[in-house]
Design a protein around this ligand. Structure first.
Ligand code: CTP
Length: 399
């Protein structure tokens, strides 16, 4: 979704500089044009050729290089960039930026740009905690720089503490978030539920379902990248929630209901991608149920219909996982629950629905328009759903 965007990746002299190669690779794979600018000390850790091979673009190391595409290289780079990210950013580079020094290509570029700047510090714990570094970071933050990390862990010195470069996934998430500012969902508050609820039977057992959470998480990530403020209310899953969204962990349908009620107040839209249990054990045994009787019955009672209950001035989007009469069943749910549109899928196909990375969905809107989408990655389905949500948020009646 960020195809054609332009990023300057500044790399400075830290042992973690090799991780910047992965950042460059992931951004390039996403269709982003990456111009790498290395400080002299960075080239002691990784070679410019590593980056050049990944980005298929010249790597910039020298202010005074006569072989260049641009007349004044740092100005040209600074003007073109949508974002500048410096990862890893050493204490030295941070100090130089805080002071506004311009004694190499990277610092000149940062000083000339009006693009947002992201810093991912990496250094030894003592250097990071030093008051000077903290003050420099604070000064840069107050000028609008975004700082991601550092993370806690084992450092090159052998010490343990804060100072490791943040995880590549986290740095990429922040880059996407910054690129997404001003996207079609910016300023919108979205509540998205995901995962399958677990209804406890006794201290060791529960009633659950096969939901993996992948669809809801893909929606949360895509909405974040389009500028929305996202709250992800998630039942237990085996996957990590996307960084940069508010995450509320719940287990049961009743807990999910409470979290949705709390967060839906004032939200612009609610997307219920969670597989909420329709029934829960009437009572949860305090002790583990023993393997004694020949037969065991567990009395189940209905859980509240969360999506059906939520009222107010917000767009409501539901999912319908169906094994038969997909359009008919989904349309009934759309009406009963008062939805703006519903995303239905036939869970009988091996390539669609629970656990897999792909989905084949049918989207039905309030006025009965039926849009059958081909098999797609869940991340692509998420974009389609958000396209329709954006239309509804803009006042369109049919999506
Ligand atoms: N849903 C909900 N609360 C429930 C059950 C479902 O909010 N207690 C939401 C789901 O998150 C989904 C939509 O309602 O967005 C449809 O869920 P589904 O389980 O397909 O529908 P049900 O109303 O439970 O109908 P049935 O199980 O009979 O097919």
């Amino acid at each position: 979704m960020f195809e054609g965007k332009s990023i300057i990746l500044g790399v400075t002299g830290s042992i973690s500089a090799y991780k910047a190669v992965e950042i460059a690779s992931k951004l390039t794979q996403g269709g982003i044009e990456v111009d790498v600018v290395m400080t002299a000390s960075a080239t002691e850790f990784v070679t410019p050729l590593s980056f050049q091979s990944i980005t298929h673009r010249p790597v910039h190391t020298d202010m005074f290089s006569p072989v260049t595409d641009f007349d004044i290289e740092h100005v040209a780079l600074a003007e073109r960039a949508d974002v500048i990210v410096i990862a890893p950013a050493t204490a030295n580079t941070i100090a130089r930026l805080a002071l506004g020094l311009a004694d190499d290509l990277l610092s000149c570029t940062v000083l000339s740009t009006s693009a947002p700047v992201i810093l991912a510090p990496a250094m030894d714990v003592g250097m990071y905690q030093n008051q000077v570094t903290q003050e420099n970071l604070e000064r840069l933050r107050s000028r609008g720089y975004t700082v991601v990390g550092p993370a806690y862990g084992r450092l090159a010195s052998g010490l343990e503490g804060l100072g490791r470069l943040a995880e590549v996934g986290e740095i990429l998430a922040v880059i996407h978030q910054v690129l997404g500012r001003g996207g079609d969902l910016s300023g919108k508050r979205l509540v998205i539920s995901a995962g399958g609820t677990q209804e406890p039977i006794d201290p060791v057992r529960y009633i659950g379902n096969y939901s993996s959470g992948k669809m809801g998480y893909a929606l949360a990530e895509a909405a974040r990248n389009r500028g929305a403020k996202v709250t992800l209310i998630t039942a237990p899953t085996a996957i990590s929630p996307p960084p940069g969204v508010e995450v509320i962990q719940v287990q049961t349908a009743l807990q999910m209901r409470q979290a949705v009620i709390d967060k839906a107040a004032g939200a612009d839209a609610l997307i219920m991608a969670a597989a909420v249990a329709d029934y829960r054990p009437q009572a949860t045994a305090g002790q583990k149920i023993k393997r004694k009787p020949e037969k065991l019955s567990i009395e189940l009672i209905k859980t509240p219909d969360i999506l059906g209950e939520i009222a107010g001035d917000l767009i409501k989007v539901g999912f319908a996982a169906e094994s038969e009469e997909v359009v008919e069943n989904a349309t009934r749910k759309l009406k009963e629950k008062g939805l703006d549109f519903i995303v239905a899928n036939d869970i009988t196909g091996a390539d669609s629905g629970f656990s897999v990375d792909t989905n084949r969905v049918i989207i039905i809107d309030r006025i009965g328009k039926v849009d059958r989408l081909p098999l797609m990655l869940k991340s692509e389905v998420a974009q389609k759903i958000l396209d329709k949500l954006a239309v509804r948020l803009a006042g369109g009646s049919s999506v």
